[in-house]
Design a binder for this molecule. Structure first.
Ligand code: SF4
Ligand code: SF4
Length: 67
């Protein structure tokens, strides 16, 4: 499964970019891009106010990548 951004509803607010553990979201003035090193952890999904992020694995109970 691959994380995708629905460009028809993404408002380019940048909220998701600040919470991604491996910093895999890149915001430009025109577009939000998911970079290849995205781990599909799902952490960013609930932070999006418009539900534009899909395709991630179900979110685990703790912060991904942190022991
Ligand atoms: S699924 Fe995880 S690694 Fe991928 S963009 Fe979202 S927070 Fe970052
Ligand atoms: S949080 Fe949602 S609306 Fe904001 S930039 Fe990320 S995907 Fe787009």
């Amino acid at each position: 499964m691959v994380v995708t951004i629905d460009e028809t509803c993404c408002v380019l607010c940048g909220l998701c970019t600040g919470v991604c553990p491996p910093n895999a979201l890149e915001l430009t003035p025109q577009k939000l891009e998911v970079l290849p090193h995205c781990t599909e952890c799902g952490w960013c999904v609930p932070f999006c106010p418009v539900g534009a992020i899909s395709g991630a694995r179900p979110r685990a109970g703790r912060r991904p990548g942190r022991p």
